[in-house]
Write a new protein. Sequence first.
Lengths: 412, 451
Amino acid sequence: MNAVQLATVLLAWAFGVHIPLVYTVLGIIWTLPALEYASRRDGRHLEAVRGIARYLIAIYAVGGVFGTIVTVFLAGMLPVFTNLAGALLWPVWATAIAFGVAVALPLIGYWYRTLGSMSPGRHAALGFVTAGFTTVIPVMFRLVFAVVNYPAGVEVVKDTSSLVGFDLVVRDYWSLFSNPTYPPLILATLLGAVAFANALIAFVYGYRGIHPETASASRRIALSFGAASALSGVWYLVELYYYAPTMAWAILGSRPPTIPAALAQVYEPTYSLVAEFAAAIALGLLSAALLVASGRARSRALNALGIMSSIALVIDVEEVNLLAHLPYAIIPPVSAAEGLASEYGVSFALAVAKALSASTMATTLDELASFVSEFPAVLYFSMAVFALFTALVLVGIYLALSWRRPAPREAS
Amino acid sequence: MSSGLEAPLLARWLSGVGIMSHLLLASMFIGTMTFAVVAEYRHLRTGDQDWNALARTFAVIATIFLGVGAAFGTLVEFGLVVLWSNFVTLIGSGLVLPFYFELYAFLMEVVIVPIYVLTWGRFRNGWYHWLVGLVAALGALYSAFNILSVMASLSMRPPGLEIVQLPQSIGQVIRYAAVFTSPAGALNMFWWGAEVFIFHGILAALILSWSGIAGITIYSHRRSPRPYKLKALRTMLPALTGLIAIEGFVLGHLQGELVLQFDPLKLAAIEGLFWSGLRVDPVTSFLAYGDTTHAFWGYFSWPASIRPPQFLPAFYLGFMVAGGALLGAWSLGLTLYYYGLHRIRGLGWIGRIERLLVGGAPYALVLLAALASVGGAVTSEVGRQPFILVDSSPSAAGPPQVTGIPVGPGLYNPTLALTPWLAALVFAVEIAMPALAIYMVYLYLKGRAIE
């Protein structure tokens, strides 16, 4: 297993656990105040709100920790990329982490602690403020995803004193937001998170046969937000088609005409992800059908299948988005490649493209890949450990959802 | 020092305060989790419900410290990526293995600790539950083991690790790589010298946290005496005394020998050997070699550009050594007192100083442990300045040559614009996070019958 494959496997696992967890956090954090607000007169969803809030508290740190695992893999497997990303995009990281740790964490804690001790309307308002601040985290992290799709705002400056012959420079951080792949990506993320969280609420409550009113409301939210998220996904794909052609090629299976034939080899993706993309569409339709069906017939099997299909959908979509970049860590825009070729020559443009590939970023200085190739047992052991802990995360989620506060006991 | 080697002072302070705050949270997690497992063990052995209640209380407190500590760890990690972005390349090129193994520890902590708390009373055989807690506590210790191995490498370059200064930078950012001469060399991150550093750090974390817990328990016991508090103190104080003795007499001594070997300049700085050239120092010689005849290179033998600050003896000799010794003595006195040994003939003097010994203990234990910890951390991390991955090699003409990667442009993010208001904001967060954890523990204890 070479360094790129190792990085791909490890990152795919970490993303596969991290993304569903943080999607539920993001979706729930918007859903809870909405449910509270809807309950302000009759309190119909409040019991469900308490149960879901307990899940939120239990899972926020676990989701965050898997995000840290992603960063460790990035630093370990793609050190040059992580280094450059840190140096180039530091305000983006800093804002995300400041909001994630310094603002969102205490706010979520305060919101949870004041649940039931404030009027539902006021508490819902606090919940929406909390949700707003928490949303800054994905708003920032998705910007990094957008930059690796299409590095809008990042300039390539020829530099003979640099080992790779050029420097990457961001002169105006606001220009990063002009990335055309960013608006549909963030929209699909936010809408998808709300849809996913509500689908899970509906399926879990349907499976357990409790809180039918909340399950029904969540089912409607999941369907409507899911549809909107799918439309945003289509918009995202259109933007990828024009601005990140390697990704579009990987997902759709054929070279987009936006890539000139002369550059076909440069932009050819490593993997064809047509089957995975088709699976995402099928899983989306299946989840929607199961949502509708579970509202009409009480069946534990339907709901269990719904839980699995919606989780599989989120994982599949994220893996497609992650793997479609390969062979690149940052996809060089076609227009920039043409511009560099005309200004500095074809060989320089090709050198830039090569430097932005995942293999350059991974293998240049990769100690872990060398170690694992010498001791492959470490990797197999890791896989077993990671699989075990993924299962234990699910156990922990189940325990958090079924936990009851014990009666206090006076010690002697 | 104005060598041009260093990064902005503000960035150093941000990292320093952030790491200290994280160390406090991590130490408290290690200490409370370990005590929970010890308490549950005693419950299972004796059937005493007081121990069960103590174990459960400390398990929840550990969870609070874990939650806030993990979040804070993320802050520190991104601080590394943002402030010291070029250090990331060194991680990937040479220091990656402990970070990779840290993931196992991380998973053990973050997944198992909540399971431990949420499964209380759910196992028919309590020993299975205790095993879950033991795995969580081992996860905490293993996490410390890996991170401390990286910190050890910064002070003492592991065998086989070579620093490569690139002929040209990569994108004006990456200037150095640290590479092992063979893939198996990565395991040298855990060589015996690193293990001394690691266990010194782990014991320091336990001493800091248990001192804090013991101090608070003594305060609480004096206000409202309860048998379970006495039981806790009778377990914690002898263990604390033993740990301090091992820390000072065994690990501290070995650590000193390593400093002598790897960074004689650091030794000169922390011991206050403020002269130029070789000179016999009887005290240092006795501590290092067991005789009084050895000569040491003085601090001023090295160029000013690579000398660490001159204030280090205050932190090393004043805070760490004197503070640690006093903490050990106090803890020993308290152990004797709480076991009633002051009633034995010849030890009656312990009872006569009760007011100072026990009344002052809540403040003394916390303060002395904090001073010793801060002293140790500053000695270790500032003493190696201005380098990381420090090594020394003999020189025919003068003092040993001390080398490493400068903590400056080769590590610092060159694109970062660190303004004072931004730094002030980060400082506020760095101080607020441990305060938040302590407040959450206070709220939790307030809501329980057992305080």
